[in-house]
Design a protein around this ligand. Structure first.
Ligand code: PGA
Ligand code: ZN
Length: 422
């Protein structure tokens, strides 16, 4: 039984305030959970409640959201059985009563939702992935490691937000992590040798000034070779264009390059890149409201590429279903704070699974050391996780949690390798 739910304002990895909730159960179990925050947020995400008081944190304080946890959320959840995640989340949704969580704030709701599940797992003496996923939770996710940052996550000259490496040829999760870390180190020394910056962006990847996406990809391939791996065999590439950031009234404009193009030119650009390089996955290749462009790119490239809806689907089952009806995308990025409760997050993952869409569980660019997403990926056997470079503590915390889970699962769990793509 839940005795109390309280909250406090803590800092995220960008030094902005965020919500941490703490749940106490009868019997003395306590657990905390904190929530992340995006920079390139989708227009259709659930509302992140911020104080707007310019005298504190430039208006970004979350005292109101924390107050909602201490007050109405605590009152609504007290007495409920914490192990009934659906009932806890239903109580949160009823209390909020709005489609986009504007009343309580998705940050307040999600922190409470996760803290309850974590406390329940402790009370049941189960690891969180087992509590959430039951006996079938077995699959370690293939990392999509974002080793080169651009877009809204860095102040460099690259418009594409993320260049990621996936160690699909590795024999296990642990080996995959090692391979990625080795490539990351090779990349940093390559950049330094060529007089480029090896300092990192928000998600821990290098953020050098480069003329464009082809040069970024070339560096990744050279780093793989230098570390002794075969591009296309041992590793494939994934990108997040975050193209909603580029949308204008009648097309797209890449803000850093200062170039404009149409949706069809953008699609042709991705097609040409994917033809020349071992790219296997592209996220948000076109804008979040460009349904027609999403349909066209899926038709043209969907059989060869994983096309991932992030800002497009915002972990929202209704938007995912609409996308499926219209033949848009073939995978969904899963960010719990885009929707606001664990139940709705897992519902989106199950809906994707039933319809042959892949799920990639994901961090945000502003993170905390909370490792929920590592457990969530294993709980629902997602097969892929995106949680940054092997650099910066808040990114590494998730990979380290997965290394522990791998050791805990009998036989090291199941590593999907190249089969991680549906
Ligand atoms: P965000 O970016 O957390 O800044 O929204 C992550 C992503 O676009 O995948
Ligand atoms: Zn994205």
């Amino acid at each position: 039984r839940i005795v109390s739910v309280t909250a406090r304002e803590i800092l995220d990895s960008r030094g902005n305030p965020t919500v941490e909730a703490e749940v106490a159960l009868a019997g003395g179990v306590r657990a905390c959970a904190s929530v992340p925050s995006g920079a390139s947020t989708g227009a259709f995400e659930a509302v992140e409640l911020r104080d707007g008081d310019g005298g504190r944190y430039g208006g970004k304080g979350v005292l109101r959201a924390a107050g909602n946890v201490d007050g109405p959320i605590c009152e609504a959840l007290a007495g409920l059985d914490a192990t009934d995640t659906t009932a806890v989340d239903r109580a949160l949704l009823t209390l909020d009563g709005t489609p986009n969580k504007v009343h309580l704030g998705a940050n307040a709701m999600l922190a409470a939702s996760i803290a309850c599940a974590r406390a329940a797992a402790v009370a049941c003496n189960l690891p969180l992935y087992r509590f959430l996923g039951g006996v079938s939770a077995q699959v370690l996710p293939v990392p999509m490691m974002n080793v080169l940052n651009g877009g809204a996550h860095a102040t460099n000259s690259i418009d594409v937000q993320e260049f990621m490496i996936m160690p699909v040829g590795a024999p296990s999760f642990g080996e995959g992590v090692r391979w990625c870390a080795e490539v990351f180190h090779a990349l940093r020394s390559l950049l330094v040798e060529e007089g480029l910056s090896a300092s990192v962006g928000d998600e821990g990847g290098c953020a050098p000034d480069l003329p464009g996406d082809e040069q970024a990809i070339e560096y990744l391939l050279r780093a793989m070779e230098r570390a002794g791996y075969r591009p296309g065999e041992d590793f494939v590439l994934a990108m997040d264009a975050a193209a909603s950031e580029w949308k204008t009234a009648d097309g797209y404009r890449l803000p850093k390059a200062g170039k404009s193009c149409t949706a069809d030119e953008l699609i042709e650009h991705w097609r040409s890149l994917a033809e020349r390089y071992p790219i296997r996955s592209i996220e948000d290749p076109v804008g979040e409201e460009d349904w027609d462009a999403w349909r066209r790119i899926t038709e043209a490239l969907g059989d060869r590429l994983q096309l991932v809806g992030d800002d497009f689907f915002v972990t929202n089952t209704a938007r995912l279903e609409r996308g499926m009806e219209h033949g848009c995308a073939n995978a969904i990025l899963i960010k719990p704070n885009q929707i606001g409760t664990l139940t709705e997050t897992m519902d989106a993952m199950r809906t994707a699974r039933r319809n042959g869409y892949a799920s990639i569980v994901s961090h945000r660019s502003g993170e905390t050391s909370d490792t929920l997403i590592a457990d969530l990926a294993v709980a629902l056997n997602a097969g892929q996780i995106k949680t940054g470079a092997p650099s910066r503590g808040e990114r590494v915390a998730k990979y380290n949690r997965l290394l522990r889970i791998e050791q805990e699962l009998s036989g090291g769990g199941i590593w999907p390798g190249k089969k991680c793509f549906l």
